[in-house]
Design a protein around this ligand. Structure first.
Ligand SMILES: *Cc1c(COP(=O)(O)O)cnc(C)c1O
Length: 387
């Protein structure tokens, strides 16, 4: 069976972890600090707070905004459940938005339909790694005194209008979980390039380690005085040295890993361009580091069974969140594109160590499927390119 996704681990990651073992300091420490500095340099951003998961990055970013309890956060229903749970963890209320019929990304128009007086933040999700059209979303948010917290779990290394994700906008959150564009084993980061969020970032940094006043802590530690002050709510969200070492190794290998993802996604796009039985979602491989290849199929169950019989794993990313029991109350508007997508999206294998033979096998298996032509999504523009 060709797997759907898997991490790319080499001797370099193993050596990096071994070096941490040898220091005897497994928890948060110098490796974490180095990883943060390298992420700042790589992304070209002012500030990075590394943490233990992408979910905790989203939670920290939202909590650090200090919005009143119950304030609303607009989020696409078509995202991983972590985006929604992070909003609830921060004591805020998710409000589901629909997505664009071509890209399945949150658009400013869809966000506007979910806006209210209580909106404190908008959370665009760069689905599959393709950047959302951020500028109009930022403009919309700023017009309403809201903050944009990007869920960039899929989009490490992708760019928007010539800037890496994280450089523009307000606050951006990455995930470094095992299958993401880079992994720390598990990990995440809160990032900003805006001075405006310096206070929020300092608070996130303190909340990461139980709400301790880090300045006092550092000062006292230097004086060998065992006193500290707790000045905020806090969590146990720090990134340990072991994970940071894996992340540093992945960052060194990132260009090659990104190139391989682009190559596979481009091969799929080309192979499936004229196939009437499926439609591959658009993905500009020059600006995007593709995280997933998602296609639409009218007879999804038939398509997935067909691929399974040929040894190709598939997935569905994601079941819309507004249909989950816990989240039903957070849908205030119709979500026609999300519900259209919900029945048709299929994720195909895409991972760095996928061999050419495995790519060929996926392409051949897809080619051998003949199903009903894909219906256009509600609002799908007539002139939309199929690639
Ligand atoms: C992976 C992911 C997250 C959460 O990241 P973890 O590191 O797994 O906690 C959040 N949002 C999206 C869209 C994701 O894919």
């Amino acid at each position: 069976m060709i797997p759907l996704q898997r991490p790319s681990m080499t001797d370099d990651e193993l050596r990096a972890v071994g070096e941490v073992f040898a220091t005897g300091w497994l928890g948060m420490g110098e490796e974490t600090t180095r990883f943060e500095a390298e992420l700042r340099a790589f992304l070209g951003v002012r500030e990075v707070v590394a943490c233990n998961t992408g979910t905790s990055a989203l939670h920290l970013a939202l909590a650090a905004l200090q919005a009143p309890r119950g304030a609303e956060v607009i989020v696409p229903s078509l995202t991983w459940t972590a985006s929604v749970q992070a909003i609830l963890m921060a004591g805020l209320t998710p409000v589901f938005a629909d997505v664009d019929p071509v890209t399945l990304n949150l658009s400013a128009g869809a966000a506007r339909a979910a806006l209210s007086e209580r909106t404190a933040a908008i959370m665009p999700v760069h689905y599959r790694g393709l950047a959302c059209d951020l500028d109009p979303i930022v403009t919309l948010a700023e017009g309403h005194g809201a903050v944009v917290v990007e869920d960039a779990a899929h989009a490490f290394g992708s760019s928007y209008r010539g800037h890496l994700i994280g450089q523009t906008g307000h606050i951006t959150c990455f995930s470094f979980d095992p299958i993401k564009n880079i992994t720390c084993g598990e990990g995440g980061a809160v990032v900003t390039n805006s001075e405006r969020f310096a206070g929020a970032m300092a608070l996130a940094r303190s909340m990461r380690v139980l709400g301790m006043d880090l300045d006092t802590w550092a000062r006292r530690k230097a004086d060998r005085q065992f006193h500290y002050d707790v000045t905020a709510d806090g969590f146990r969200y720090h990134m340990p040295n072991i994970c940071a070492a894996i992340g540093r190794s992945q960052l060194r290998r990132f260009d090659a890993m990104a190139a391989r993802r682009r190559e596979i996604a481009s091969r799929y796009a080309e192979a499936f361009a004229e196939n009437p039985s499926i439609r591959v979602l658009p993905c500009d491989a020059t600006t995007t580091v593709p995280f997933m290849c998602v296609v639409l199929a009218e007879d999804r169950a038939g398509f997935m069974a067909h691929l399974k019989a040929r040894g190709v794993s598939t997935g569905v990313h994601y079941l819309p969140n507004h249909l989950h029991t816990r989240f039903r109350a957070f849908r205030h508007t119709e979500l026609p594109v999300t519900e259209y997508a919900a029945n048709r999206i299929v994720t195909l294998p895409l991972f760095v160590d996928q061999t050419d033979a495995q790519v060929d096998a996926v392409i051949e298996a897809v080619r051998a499927f003949h199903g009903a032509p894909v219906t256009d999504a509600p609002g799908y523009p007539r002139d939309a390119t199929r690639r």
